[in-house]
Design a protein around this ligand. Structure first.
Ligand SMILES: [Fe+2]
Length: 175
């Protein structure tokens, strides 16, 4: 390769051959990168709450949130590599995540355990909505492999929502 590469030929060097058209690569990559930013934001918030939760159910909540954080984090590499497989470019920094994320950070000094569970439930529901939208983009461009990944991740997020819901019901019983 030409060592005097300009930035445009550098970009060309990252173009993985793909049977999807240019518009498909742009649209699907854009949707997956937005999903990746929200996935990192939710991962960080789940870890934040894992670290800062307190109270009589500490052990249960601490462990539940760690399991959920691991499940969320496990999807990030596959999302990014899906974009690269199509020939798009993906996220490069925490700053890049911050520019694209729609799930909001929570930097509060103290959050009650039940508020943590409720907020994560809403955030996971928002992630499900984004994954359904992304699935729609995949459908439009016949990206069946991308759609298939999303179907599994939607099921996982629904499982997290279920656990967060049931865990907070116990707290509501006043025990
Ligand atoms: Fe931990």
């Amino acid at each position: 390769m030409d060592t005097k590469s300009t930035s445009s030929s550098g970009t060309a060097a990252l173009k993985t051959p793909s049977s999807l058209g240019t518009n498909a690569v742009r649209d699907v990559s854009g949707a997956f990168n937005a999903l990746l930013a929200d996935t990192f934001a939710l991962y960080m918030k789940t870890k934040n709450f894992h670290w800062h939760v307190s109270g009589p159910h500490f052990r249960d909540y601490h462990l539940l949130l760690d399991e959920q954080a691991s499940q969320i984090f496990a999807t990030t590499d596959t999302i990014a590599e899906r974009v690269r497989k199509l020939g798009g470019s993906t996220l490069r920094s925490i700053g890049h995540v911050a520019r694209l994320q729609s799930i909001k950070d929570n930097d509060a000094e103290f959050v009650t355990p039940l508020d943590m569970l409720a907020e994560l439930r809403e955030d996971n529901a928002q992630l499900v909505a984004r994954m359904r939208e992304t699935h729609g983009v995949c459908d439009v461009h016949s990206d069946v492999a991308g759609a298939s990944l999303l179907e599994n991740w939607i099921g996982e997020a629904e499982g997290r929502i279920w656990f967060l819901f049931e865990a907070s019901r116990r707290g509501n019983s006043g025990e």
